[in-house]
Design a protein around this ligand. Structure first.
Ligand code: NAP
Length: 534
Protein backbone atom coordinates (compact mmCIF):
# COMPACT_ATOMS: atom_id res chain seq x y z
CA UNK A 1 0.00 0.00 0.00
CA UNK A 2 1.46 3.36 -0.99
CA UNK A 3 -0.41 5.79 1.27
CA UNK A 4 -2.03 5.23 4.64
CA UNK A 5 -5.71 5.92 5.17
CA UNK A 6 -6.58 9.13 7.06
CA UNK A 7 -6.35 8.85 10.84
CA UNK A 8 -9.59 9.99 12.52
CA UNK A 9 -8.99 12.16 15.57
CA UNK A 10 -10.63 11.52 18.93
CA UNK A 11 -12.45 14.33 20.70
CA UNK A 12 -11.52 14.18 24.37
CA UNK A 13 -10.88 16.75 27.11
CA UNK A 14 -12.40 19.38 24.86
CA UNK A 15 -9.90 19.05 22.02
CA UNK A 16 -9.17 16.96 18.94
CA UNK A 17 -6.46 14.43 19.66
CA UNK A 18 -4.90 11.98 17.24
CA UNK A 19 -3.56 8.65 18.47
CA UNK A 20 0.18 8.25 18.24
CA UNK A 21 0.40 4.80 16.66
CA UNK A 22 -0.67 3.47 13.26
CA UNK A 23 -3.98 2.24 14.72
CA UNK A 24 -6.52 0.05 12.99
CA UNK A 25 -7.55 0.52 9.38
CA UNK A 26 -11.28 0.34 8.66
CA UNK A 27 -12.18 -1.45 5.45
CA UNK A 28 -14.92 -1.30 2.86
CA UNK A 29 -16.57 -4.68 3.49
CA UNK A 30 -17.62 -5.05 -0.16
CA UNK A 31 -14.52 -3.86 -2.00
CA UNK A 32 -11.95 -4.67 0.68
CA UNK A 33 -10.33 -1.25 0.26
CA UNK A 34 -8.94 0.79 3.20
CA UNK A 35 -11.05 3.74 4.33
CA UNK A 36 -9.78 5.49 7.45
CA UNK A 37 -7.78 4.61 10.57
CA UNK A 38 -8.69 4.85 14.25
CA UNK A 39 -6.39 4.96 17.24
CA UNK A 40 -6.31 6.34 20.76
CA UNK A 41 -2.74 5.49 21.77
CA UNK A 42 -1.27 8.15 24.01
CA UNK A 43 -4.60 9.69 25.01
CA UNK A 44 -4.77 10.78 28.64
CA UNK A 45 -7.95 8.90 29.51
CA UNK A 46 -8.04 10.17 33.09
CA UNK A 47 -7.99 13.73 31.79
CA UNK A 48 -10.70 12.92 29.21
CA UNK A 49 -13.06 11.47 31.83
CA UNK A 50 -12.38 14.20 34.39
CA UNK A 51 -13.00 16.91 31.79
CA UNK A 52 -16.32 15.39 30.69
CA UNK A 53 -17.41 14.78 34.28
CA UNK A 54 -16.45 18.22 35.57
CA UNK A 55 -16.78 20.64 32.64
CA UNK A 56 -19.42 18.87 30.55
CA UNK A 57 -21.45 17.71 33.54
CA UNK A 58 -21.47 21.10 35.25
CA UNK A 59 -22.52 22.87 32.05
CA UNK A 60 -25.35 20.44 31.39
CA UNK A 61 -26.57 20.48 34.99
CA UNK A 62 -26.66 24.29 34.91
CA UNK A 63 -29.45 23.94 32.35
CA UNK A 64 -32.96 22.66 32.97
CA UNK A 65 -34.71 19.75 31.25
CA UNK A 66 -36.36 22.13 28.77
CA UNK A 67 -33.10 23.85 27.78
CA UNK A 68 -31.48 20.48 27.28
CA UNK A 69 -34.39 19.40 25.09
CA UNK A 70 -33.60 22.44 22.93
CA UNK A 71 -29.97 21.26 22.65
CA UNK A 72 -31.19 17.92 21.29
CA UNK A 73 -33.27 19.78 18.70
CA UNK A 74 -30.08 21.59 17.62
CA UNK A 75 -28.23 18.28 17.30
CA UNK A 76 -31.06 17.04 15.06
CA UNK A 77 -30.53 20.03 12.75
CA UNK A 78 -26.79 19.37 12.50
CA UNK A 79 -27.32 15.71 11.66
CA UNK A 80 -30.01 16.50 9.12
CA UNK A 81 -27.73 18.99 7.39
CA UNK A 82 -25.06 16.31 6.98
CA UNK A 83 -27.24 13.30 6.13
CA UNK A 84 -25.75 12.75 2.67
CA UNK A 85 -22.26 12.34 4.11
CA UNK A 86 -23.59 9.80 6.62
CA UNK A 87 -25.22 7.73 3.90
CA UNK A 88 -21.99 7.75 1.97
CA UNK A 89 -20.01 6.56 5.00
CA UNK A 90 -22.60 3.84 5.74
CA UNK A 91 -22.36 2.50 2.18
CA UNK A 92 -18.58 2.45 2.34
CA UNK A 93 -18.01 1.25 5.89
CA UNK A 94 -21.11 -0.87 6.67
CA UNK A 95 -21.84 -2.12 3.14
CA UNK A 96 -25.54 -1.34 3.52
CA UNK A 97 -28.09 -0.49 0.83
CA UNK A 98 -29.78 2.91 1.25
CA UNK A 99 -32.90 1.64 3.00
CA UNK A 100 -30.77 -0.25 5.53
CA UNK A 101 -28.55 2.78 6.15
CA UNK A 102 -31.78 4.69 6.84
CA UNK A 103 -32.65 2.35 9.72
CA UNK A 104 -29.44 3.47 11.42
CA UNK A 105 -29.20 7.12 10.34
CA UNK A 106 -32.80 8.29 10.10
CA UNK A 107 -33.68 6.02 13.03
CA UNK A 108 -31.23 7.97 15.17
CA UNK A 109 -32.48 11.38 14.01
CA UNK A 110 -36.06 10.28 14.76
CA UNK A 111 -35.06 9.10 18.22
CA UNK A 112 -33.22 12.34 19.02
CA UNK A 113 -36.21 14.33 17.76
CA UNK A 114 -38.50 12.31 19.99
CA UNK A 115 -36.42 13.07 23.09
CA UNK A 116 -36.25 16.74 22.09
CA UNK A 117 -40.06 16.91 22.15
CA UNK A 118 -41.14 14.67 25.01
CA UNK A 119 -41.56 15.65 28.60
CA UNK A 120 -42.81 19.21 28.28
CA UNK A 121 -44.21 18.73 31.77
CA UNK A 122 -40.65 18.52 33.11
CA UNK A 123 -40.39 22.21 32.27
CA UNK A 124 -37.03 23.72 33.03
CA UNK A 125 -36.61 22.06 36.41
CA UNK A 126 -33.15 20.94 37.58
CA UNK A 127 -34.35 17.84 39.40
CA UNK A 128 -37.59 15.95 39.85
CA UNK A 129 -39.86 14.79 42.61
CA UNK A 130 -40.63 11.10 42.67
CA UNK A 131 -44.12 10.44 43.96
CA UNK A 132 -46.00 12.12 46.79
CA UNK A 133 -44.79 12.85 50.31
CA UNK A 134 -45.16 9.95 52.72
CA UNK A 135 -45.79 10.39 56.46
CA UNK A 136 -43.04 8.85 58.60
CA UNK A 137 -45.02 8.21 61.76
CA UNK A 138 -47.46 9.84 64.08
CA UNK A 139 -46.02 13.33 63.60
CA UNK A 140 -47.63 14.64 60.37
CA UNK A 141 -44.88 17.26 59.99
CA UNK A 142 -42.02 14.79 59.47
CA UNK A 143 -42.29 13.25 56.02
CA UNK A 144 -40.36 11.59 53.19
CA UNK A 145 -40.14 13.04 49.73
CA UNK A 146 -38.28 10.97 47.13
CA UNK A 147 -36.32 13.02 44.60
CA UNK A 148 -34.53 12.20 41.34
CA UNK A 149 -31.28 14.03 40.61
CA UNK A 150 -29.17 13.69 37.44
CA UNK A 151 -26.10 11.66 38.38
CA UNK A 152 -22.98 13.79 38.86
CA UNK A 153 -20.83 11.59 36.64
CA UNK A 154 -20.14 10.67 33.05
CA UNK A 155 -21.95 8.14 30.85
CA UNK A 156 -19.58 5.80 29.03
CA UNK A 157 -21.13 4.07 26.02
CA UNK A 158 -19.40 1.02 24.55
CA UNK A 159 -21.26 0.17 21.37
CA UNK A 160 -21.67 -2.65 18.87
CA UNK A 161 -20.71 -2.52 15.19
CA UNK A 162 -24.18 -2.85 13.71
CA UNK A 163 -25.64 0.56 14.64
CA UNK A 164 -22.86 3.19 14.60
CA UNK A 165 -25.41 6.01 14.41
CA UNK A 166 -28.56 4.86 16.22
CA UNK A 167 -26.48 3.08 18.86
CA UNK A 168 -24.90 6.41 19.80
CA UNK A 169 -27.97 8.63 19.74
CA UNK A 170 -30.54 6.30 21.31
CA UNK A 171 -28.31 6.35 24.39
CA UNK A 172 -27.04 9.93 24.15
CA UNK A 173 -30.48 11.50 23.78
CA UNK A 174 -31.79 10.46 27.23
CA UNK A 175 -28.35 11.00 28.82
CA UNK A 176 -27.99 14.57 27.55
CA UNK A 177 -31.64 15.32 28.29
CA UNK A 178 -30.95 14.17 31.84
CA UNK A 179 -27.88 16.41 32.11
CA UNK A 180 -25.21 13.71 31.97
CA UNK A 181 -22.15 14.07 29.66
CA UNK A 182 -21.35 11.29 27.22
CA UNK A 183 -18.17 9.52 26.15
CA UNK A 184 -18.79 7.19 23.21
CA UNK A 185 -16.48 4.34 22.27
CA UNK A 186 -17.81 2.94 19.00
CA UNK A 187 -17.07 -0.59 17.79
CA UNK A 188 -13.90 -0.34 15.75
CA UNK A 189 -15.13 -1.97 12.52
CA UNK A 190 -17.70 0.79 11.87
CA UNK A 191 -16.41 3.66 14.04
CA UNK A 192 -16.21 6.13 11.17
CA UNK A 193 -19.89 7.14 11.13
CA UNK A 194 -19.99 7.67 14.90
CA UNK A 195 -16.80 9.71 14.82
CA UNK A 196 -18.07 11.85 11.93
CA UNK A 197 -21.38 12.60 13.63
CA UNK A 198 -19.64 13.65 16.84
CA UNK A 199 -17.24 15.77 14.78
CA UNK A 200 -20.13 17.55 13.05
CA UNK A 201 -21.96 18.21 16.32
CA UNK A 202 -18.81 19.42 18.09
CA UNK A 203 -17.82 21.67 15.20
CA UNK A 204 -21.33 23.15 15.09
CA UNK A 205 -20.86 24.17 18.73
CA UNK A 206 -24.40 23.25 19.71
CA UNK A 207 -23.48 21.38 22.91
CA UNK A 208 -21.48 22.64 25.89
CA UNK A 209 -17.81 21.61 25.62
CA UNK A 210 -17.31 18.29 27.38
CA UNK A 211 -20.92 17.17 26.91
CA UNK A 212 -19.97 14.81 24.08
CA UNK A 213 -16.62 13.06 23.51
CA UNK A 214 -15.61 10.26 21.18
CA UNK A 215 -12.76 7.83 21.72
CA UNK A 216 -12.14 5.41 18.85
CA UNK A 217 -10.01 2.30 18.72
CA UNK A 218 -9.00 0.12 21.62
CA UNK A 219 -11.26 -0.19 24.65
CA UNK A 220 -8.21 -0.77 26.90
CA UNK A 221 -8.30 1.33 30.05
CA UNK A 222 -11.74 2.90 29.50
CA UNK A 223 -13.52 0.94 32.23
CA UNK A 224 -10.66 1.73 34.64
CA UNK A 225 -11.63 5.40 34.49
CA UNK A 226 -15.11 4.88 35.88
CA UNK A 227 -15.94 6.35 39.28
CA UNK A 228 -18.91 5.66 41.55
CA UNK A 229 -21.32 8.26 40.10
CA UNK A 230 -20.54 7.36 36.49
CA UNK A 231 -22.67 4.95 34.46
CA UNK A 232 -21.73 2.57 31.67
CA UNK A 233 -24.03 1.38 28.94
CA UNK A 234 -22.75 -1.53 26.87
CA UNK A 235 -24.13 -3.08 23.69
CA UNK A 236 -22.40 -6.09 22.24
CA UNK A 237 -21.70 -9.74 22.74
CA UNK A 238 -22.47 -11.73 25.89
CA UNK A 239 -18.76 -12.53 26.30
CA UNK A 240 -17.69 -8.89 26.42
CA UNK A 241 -20.71 -8.10 28.61
CA UNK A 242 -19.40 -10.61 31.15
CA UNK A 243 -16.05 -8.77 31.24
CA UNK A 244 -17.82 -5.45 31.81
CA UNK A 245 -19.86 -6.90 34.69
CA UNK A 246 -16.76 -8.35 36.29
CA UNK A 247 -14.77 -5.11 36.06
CA UNK A 248 -13.97 -3.75 39.56
CA UNK A 249 -15.69 -0.43 38.73
CA UNK A 250 -18.97 -2.36 38.38
CA UNK A 251 -18.37 -5.34 40.65
CA UNK A 252 -16.90 -3.34 43.56
CA UNK A 253 -17.50 0.33 42.78
CA UNK A 254 -21.24 -0.12 42.02
CA UNK A 255 -20.98 1.86 38.80
CA UNK A 256 -24.46 1.55 37.33
CA UNK A 257 -24.32 -0.69 34.29
CA UNK A 258 -26.77 -1.36 31.47
CA UNK A 259 -26.15 -4.34 29.22
CA UNK A 260 -27.75 -5.03 25.85
CA UNK A 261 -26.40 -8.37 24.69
CA UNK A 262 -27.39 -11.03 22.20
CA UNK A 263 -30.85 -12.48 21.82
CA UNK A 264 -32.68 -15.34 20.10
CA UNK A 265 -35.85 -13.48 19.21
CA UNK A 266 -38.93 -15.40 18.16
CA UNK A 267 -41.91 -15.11 15.84
CA UNK A 268 -45.03 -17.09 16.76
CA UNK A 269 -47.91 -17.98 14.47
CA UNK A 270 -51.37 -18.54 16.03
CA UNK A 271 -52.20 -22.29 16.32
CA UNK A 272 -55.54 -21.52 14.61
CA UNK A 273 -53.85 -19.90 11.57
CA UNK A 274 -54.26 -21.30 8.07
CA UNK A 275 -51.88 -21.17 5.12
CA UNK A 276 -54.20 -18.88 3.18
CA UNK A 277 -55.03 -16.63 6.13
CA UNK A 278 -53.85 -13.09 6.85
CA UNK A 279 -51.85 -13.99 9.97
CA UNK A 280 -49.77 -16.49 7.97
CA UNK A 281 -49.02 -13.91 5.27
CA UNK A 282 -48.07 -11.30 7.87
CA UNK A 283 -45.65 -13.71 9.54
CA UNK A 284 -44.03 -14.66 6.24
CA UNK A 285 -43.50 -11.01 5.20
CA UNK A 286 -42.11 -10.02 8.57
CA UNK A 287 -39.72 -12.99 8.76
CA UNK A 288 -38.33 -12.18 5.31
CA UNK A 289 -37.95 -8.51 6.21
CA UNK A 290 -36.23 -9.33 9.49
CA UNK A 291 -33.83 -11.79 7.87
CA UNK A 292 -32.75 -9.35 5.18
CA UNK A 293 -32.79 -5.82 6.71
CA UNK A 294 -29.16 -4.91 7.47
CA UNK A 295 -28.30 -8.46 6.39
CA UNK A 296 -29.83 -9.73 9.61
CA UNK A 297 -27.33 -7.77 11.74
CA UNK A 298 -29.97 -6.51 14.12
CA UNK A 299 -30.00 -7.57 17.75
CA UNK A 300 -33.81 -7.65 17.47
CA UNK A 301 -33.98 -9.74 14.26
CA UNK A 302 -36.16 -12.86 14.20
CA UNK A 303 -33.92 -15.89 14.76
CA UNK A 304 -36.52 -18.57 15.60
CA UNK A 305 -39.88 -18.98 13.86
CA UNK A 306 -42.55 -21.13 15.55
CA UNK A 307 -45.50 -22.41 13.52
CA UNK A 308 -48.09 -25.15 14.14
CA UNK A 309 -46.77 -28.50 12.83
CA UNK A 310 -49.39 -28.62 10.05
CA UNK A 311 -48.08 -25.35 8.58
CA UNK A 312 -44.35 -26.16 8.70
CA UNK A 313 -44.06 -27.06 4.99
CA UNK A 314 -46.25 -24.18 3.83
CA UNK A 315 -44.24 -21.71 5.88
CA UNK A 316 -40.93 -23.09 4.60
CA UNK A 317 -42.15 -22.81 1.04
CA UNK A 318 -43.60 -19.28 1.39
CA UNK A 319 -40.59 -17.83 3.23
CA UNK A 320 -38.13 -19.49 0.82
CA UNK A 321 -40.02 -18.18 -2.22
CA UNK A 322 -39.82 -14.60 -0.96
CA UNK A 323 -36.18 -14.89 0.10
CA UNK A 324 -35.33 -16.09 -3.41
CA UNK A 325 -36.12 -12.57 -4.66
CA UNK A 326 -33.36 -11.03 -2.50
CA UNK A 327 -30.50 -9.93 -4.71
CA UNK A 328 -27.26 -9.70 -2.74
CA UNK A 329 -24.07 -7.81 -3.50
CA UNK A 330 -22.60 -4.34 -3.89
CA UNK A 331 -24.96 -1.79 -2.27
CA UNK A 332 -23.97 0.80 -4.89
CA UNK A 333 -25.72 -1.30 -7.57
CA UNK A 334 -29.40 -0.38 -7.85
CA UNK A 335 -30.38 -3.97 -8.51
CA UNK A 336 -29.11 -5.04 -5.07
CA UNK A 337 -31.61 -5.40 -2.22
CA UNK A 338 -29.22 -6.64 0.46
CA UNK A 339 -25.63 -5.50 0.93
CA UNK A 340 -22.88 -7.10 2.96
CA UNK A 341 -22.05 -7.90 6.55
CA UNK A 342 -19.75 -5.37 8.24
CA UNK A 343 -16.51 -7.31 7.79
CA UNK A 344 -14.89 -10.47 6.52
CA UNK A 345 -14.55 -11.46 10.16
CA UNK A 346 -18.33 -11.35 10.54
CA UNK A 347 -18.61 -13.21 7.24
CA UNK A 348 -16.53 -16.03 8.73
CA UNK A 349 -18.53 -15.89 11.99
CA UNK A 350 -21.86 -16.17 10.18
CA UNK A 351 -20.70 -19.10 8.03
CA UNK A 352 -19.37 -20.84 11.15
CA UNK A 353 -22.68 -20.12 12.91
CA UNK A 354 -24.68 -21.62 10.06
CA UNK A 355 -22.49 -24.73 10.22
CA UNK A 356 -23.23 -24.98 13.93
CA UNK A 357 -26.99 -24.62 13.45
CA UNK A 358 -27.01 -27.24 10.68
CA UNK A 359 -25.82 -29.83 13.19
CA UNK A 360 -29.47 -29.73 14.30
CA UNK A 361 -31.39 -28.21 11.40
CA UNK A 362 -31.83 -28.89 7.71
CA UNK A 363 -31.38 -26.20 5.07
CA UNK A 364 -34.80 -25.17 3.74
CA UNK A 365 -33.54 -22.32 1.60
CA UNK A 366 -30.03 -21.12 0.77
CA UNK A 367 -29.57 -18.05 -1.41
CA UNK A 368 -25.81 -18.54 -1.57
CA UNK A 369 -25.94 -20.59 -4.75
CA UNK A 370 -26.81 -17.40 -6.70
CA UNK A 371 -23.94 -15.17 -7.85
CA UNK A 372 -23.31 -11.93 -5.98
CA UNK A 373 -24.27 -8.80 -7.93
CA UNK A 374 -21.29 -6.62 -8.71
CA UNK A 375 -19.14 -8.07 -5.93
CA UNK A 376 -16.24 -10.51 -5.70
CA UNK A 377 -17.14 -13.45 -3.42
CA UNK A 378 -13.47 -13.80 -2.48
CA UNK A 379 -13.40 -10.24 -1.14
CA UNK A 380 -16.92 -9.07 -0.23
CA UNK A 381 -18.42 -9.87 3.18
CA UNK A 382 -21.71 -10.88 1.55
CA UNK A 383 -23.82 -13.78 2.77
CA UNK A 384 -27.22 -14.46 1.18
CA UNK A 385 -30.26 -15.40 3.32
CA UNK A 386 -30.40 -18.93 4.72
CA UNK A 387 -33.59 -20.46 6.15
CA UNK A 388 -33.04 -23.50 8.31
CA UNK A 389 -35.70 -25.80 9.74
CA UNK A 390 -36.38 -28.51 12.27
CA UNK A 391 -39.76 -30.02 13.12
CA UNK A 392 -38.73 -31.44 16.47
CA UNK A 393 -37.98 -28.20 18.29
CA UNK A 394 -38.16 -29.77 21.75
CA UNK A 395 -35.03 -31.90 21.43
CA UNK A 396 -33.03 -29.09 19.78
CA UNK A 397 -30.38 -27.38 21.91
CA UNK A 398 -28.10 -25.38 19.63
CA UNK A 399 -31.05 -23.77 17.84
CA UNK A 400 -32.25 -22.21 21.09
CA UNK A 401 -28.77 -21.22 22.12
CA UNK A 402 -26.64 -19.94 19.24
CA UNK A 403 -27.27 -16.47 17.82
CA UNK A 404 -26.00 -16.20 14.24
CA UNK A 405 -25.67 -12.46 13.59
CA UNK A 406 -26.59 -12.49 9.92
CA UNK A 407 -29.43 -13.26 7.46
CA UNK A 408 -30.25 -16.58 9.10
CA UNK A 409 -33.34 -17.91 10.89
CA UNK A 410 -34.68 -21.31 11.85
CA UNK A 411 -38.24 -22.52 11.33
CA UNK A 412 -39.56 -24.86 14.02
CA UNK A 413 -42.85 -26.64 14.65
CA UNK A 414 -44.89 -26.75 17.85
CA UNK A 415 -47.67 -29.07 19.01
CA UNK A 416 -49.62 -26.93 21.45
CA UNK A 417 -49.86 -23.33 22.56
CA UNK A 418 -48.30 -24.17 25.93
CA UNK A 419 -45.40 -25.92 24.19
CA UNK A 420 -44.84 -22.90 21.92
CA UNK A 421 -44.39 -20.62 24.95
CA UNK A 422 -42.01 -23.13 26.54
CA UNK A 423 -39.92 -23.28 23.35
CA UNK A 424 -39.78 -19.50 23.06
CA UNK A 425 -38.61 -19.26 26.67
CA UNK A 426 -35.74 -21.62 25.82
CA UNK A 427 -34.07 -18.46 24.45
CA UNK A 428 -33.55 -17.61 28.15
CA UNK A 429 -34.78 -14.05 27.85
CA UNK A 430 -34.99 -12.12 24.59
CA UNK A 431 -35.40 -8.59 23.31
CA UNK A 432 -38.59 -9.20 21.36
CA UNK A 433 -41.13 -11.83 20.40
CA UNK A 434 -43.70 -11.19 17.70
CA UNK A 435 -47.10 -12.84 17.49
CA UNK A 436 -49.21 -13.17 14.34
CA UNK A 437 -52.94 -13.78 14.72
CA UNK A 438 -56.39 -12.61 13.72
CA UNK A 439 -57.69 -13.38 17.22
CA UNK A 440 -57.34 -10.62 19.86
CA UNK A 441 -57.93 -13.13 22.66
CA UNK A 442 -54.98 -15.26 21.51
CA UNK A 443 -52.79 -12.17 21.17
CA UNK A 444 -53.64 -11.04 24.69
CA UNK A 445 -52.93 -14.52 26.06
CA UNK A 446 -49.60 -14.76 24.20
CA UNK A 447 -48.57 -11.27 25.34
CA UNK A 448 -49.28 -12.12 28.97
CA UNK A 449 -47.33 -15.40 28.62
CA UNK A 450 -44.30 -13.83 26.91
CA UNK A 451 -43.99 -10.42 28.56
CA UNK A 452 -41.94 -11.63 31.54
CA UNK A 453 -39.25 -13.15 29.32
CA UNK A 454 -39.15 -10.40 26.68
CA UNK A 455 -38.48 -6.67 26.71
CA UNK A 456 -41.11 -6.25 24.01
CA UNK A 457 -44.01 -8.27 22.62
CA UNK A 458 -44.92 -7.16 19.10
CA UNK A 459 -48.39 -8.46 18.23
CA UNK A 460 -49.56 -8.21 14.65
CA UNK A 461 -53.13 -8.64 13.46
CA UNK A 462 -54.59 -7.65 10.08
CA UNK A 463 -56.07 -4.43 11.50
CA UNK A 464 -52.59 -3.07 12.30
CA UNK A 465 -50.82 -4.60 9.31
CA UNK A 466 -50.29 -1.25 7.60
CA UNK A 467 -49.49 0.80 10.70
CA UNK A 468 -47.34 -1.59 12.73
CA UNK A 469 -43.76 -0.45 13.36
CA UNK A 470 -41.99 -3.74 12.55
CA UNK A 471 -40.76 -6.61 14.72
CA UNK A 472 -37.16 -5.45 14.71
CA UNK A 473 -37.55 -1.68 14.68
CA UNK A 474 -36.75 -0.18 18.04
CA UNK A 475 -39.07 2.76 18.63
CA UNK A 476 -38.11 5.37 21.25
CA UNK A 477 -41.51 5.25 22.97
CA UNK A 478 -41.24 1.50 23.65
CA UNK A 479 -38.83 -0.32 25.91
CA UNK A 480 -35.69 -1.83 24.37
CA UNK A 481 -33.80 -4.50 26.28
CA UNK A 482 -34.59 -7.89 27.65
CA UNK A 483 -34.08 -10.11 30.67
CA UNK A 484 -31.56 -12.91 31.12
CA UNK A 485 -29.44 -13.67 28.13
CA UNK A 486 -30.50 -10.44 26.38
CA UNK A 487 -28.42 -8.65 29.01
CA UNK A 488 -31.06 -7.64 31.55
CA UNK A 489 -30.93 -4.03 30.38
CA UNK A 490 -33.54 -1.39 29.75
CA UNK A 491 -33.28 1.44 27.24
CA UNK A 492 -35.74 3.89 25.71
CA UNK A 493 -39.40 3.39 26.68
CA UNK A 494 -40.09 7.11 26.43
CA UNK A 495 -39.04 9.13 29.47
CA UNK A 496 -38.34 5.92 31.40
CA UNK A 497 -34.91 6.04 29.71
CA UNK A 498 -34.00 9.09 31.80
CA UNK A 499 -34.22 6.94 34.93
CA UNK A 500 -30.85 5.29 34.23
CA UNK A 501 -29.15 8.71 34.41
CA UNK A 502 -30.81 9.82 37.65
CA UNK A 503 -30.21 8.94 41.29
CA UNK A 504 -33.17 8.48 43.62
CA UNK A 505 -32.89 9.74 47.16
CA UNK A 506 -35.35 10.00 50.04
CA UNK A 507 -35.37 13.39 51.71
CA UNK A 508 -36.77 13.10 55.26
CA UNK A 509 -37.63 16.51 56.61
CA UNK A 510 -40.27 18.84 57.98
CA UNK A 511 -43.21 19.94 55.87
CA UNK A 512 -41.76 23.45 55.75
CA UNK A 513 -38.41 22.24 54.38
CA UNK A 514 -40.11 19.95 51.88
CA UNK A 515 -42.22 22.90 50.72
CA UNK A 516 -39.00 24.76 49.88
CA UNK A 517 -37.61 21.68 48.17
CA UNK A 518 -40.75 21.11 46.10
CA UNK A 519 -41.22 24.70 45.07
CA UNK A 520 -37.93 26.57 45.03
CA UNK A 521 -38.55 30.24 44.23
CA UNK A 522 -42.27 29.49 44.15
CA UNK A 523 -41.98 27.27 41.07
CA UNK A 524 -43.30 23.82 41.69
CA UNK A 525 -40.91 21.01 40.81
CA UNK A 526 -42.43 18.46 38.42
CA UNK A 527 -43.04 14.92 39.48
CA UNK A 528 -41.13 12.23 37.58
CA UNK A 529 -42.93 10.19 35.03
CA UNK A 530 -40.26 7.53 34.98
CA UNK A 531 -38.71 4.90 37.20
CA UNK A 532 -35.06 4.29 37.95
CA UNK A 533 -33.43 1.17 36.63
CA UNK A 534 -30.81 -0.46 38.85
P1 NAP B 1 -18.41 -7.11 20.94
O1 NAP B 1 -17.30 -7.79 20.26
O2 NAP B 1 -18.76 -7.57 22.31
O3 NAP B 1 -18.02 -5.58 20.94
C1 NAP B 1 -18.88 -4.61 21.47
C2 NAP B 1 -18.07 -3.41 21.93
O4 NAP B 1 -17.25 -3.77 23.04
C3 NAP B 1 -17.11 -2.87 20.87
O5 NAP B 1 -17.10 -1.46 20.96
C4 NAP B 1 -15.77 -3.45 21.29
O6 NAP B 1 -14.69 -2.70 20.84
C5 NAP B 1 -15.90 -3.38 22.79
N1 NAP B 1 -15.01 -4.27 23.52
C6 NAP B 1 -14.39 -5.39 23.09
N2 NAP B 1 -13.68 -5.95 24.10
C7 NAP B 1 -13.84 -5.15 25.18
C8 NAP B 1 -13.36 -5.17 26.51
N3 NAP B 1 -12.55 -6.14 26.94
N4 NAP B 1 -13.73 -4.17 27.35
C9 NAP B 1 -14.55 -3.20 26.95
N5 NAP B 1 -15.04 -3.12 25.69
C10 NAP B 1 -14.71 -4.08 24.82
O7 NAP B 1 -19.76 -7.17 20.12
P2 NAP B 1 -19.97 -6.92 18.56
O8 NAP B 1 -19.40 -8.10 17.87
O9 NAP B 1 -19.52 -5.55 18.19
O10 NAP B 1 -21.56 -6.89 18.46
C11 NAP B 1 -22.32 -8.01 18.09
C12 NAP B 1 -23.17 -8.45 19.25
O11 NAP B 1 -23.87 -7.34 19.81
C13 NAP B 1 -24.24 -9.44 18.86
O12 NAP B 1 -24.21 -10.52 19.73
C14 NAP B 1 -25.55 -8.67 19.04
O13 NAP B 1 -26.65 -9.46 19.43
C15 NAP B 1 -25.21 -7.69 20.08
N6 NAP B 1 -26.05 -6.51 19.95
C16 NAP B 1 -27.01 -6.28 20.87
C17 NAP B 1 -27.82 -5.17 20.77
C18 NAP B 1 -28.88 -4.87 21.79
O14 NAP B 1 -29.39 -3.75 21.82
N7 NAP B 1 -29.24 -5.81 22.63
C19 NAP B 1 -27.65 -4.28 19.71
C20 NAP B 1 -26.65 -4.55 18.79
C21 NAP B 1 -25.86 -5.66 18.91
P3 NAP B 1 -13.90 -3.13 19.50
O15 NAP B 1 -14.87 -3.07 18.39
O16 NAP B 1 -12.82 -2.15 19.39
O17 NAP B 1 -13.39 -4.53 19.74
Amino acid sequence: MTHAATLLPNFAAGRWQAGTSAGTTLLDPVLGTPLVRVDNTGLDLAEAFAFAREKGGAALRALGYGERAALLAEVVKVLQANRDAYYDIATRNSGTVTKDSAVDIDGSIFTLGYYAKQGEALGNAKFLLDGERIRMGKDPLFQTQHVLQPTRGVALFINAFNFPSWGLWEKAAPALRSGVPVIIKPATATAWLTQRMVEDVVKAGVLPVGALSVICGSSAGLMDQLQPFDVVSFTGSADTAALIRRHPAVAQGSVRCNIEADSLNSALLDPAASADGEAFKLLVSEVVREMTVKSGQKCTAIRRIFVPGALFDAAAQAIGAKLAKTTVGNPRNEGVRMGSLVSREQHANVLAGIAQLTTEAEVLFDGNSAALVDADPAVAACVAPVLLGRRDAVSARVLHDVEVFGPVATLMAYDSEAQAYELIRRGQGSLVASVYSEDPAFIARAAAELADSHGRVHAISPDVAASQSGHGNVMPMSLHGGPGRAGGGEELGGLRALGFYHRRSAVQASTAALDFLSAPRGLSTPRAAFGVTP
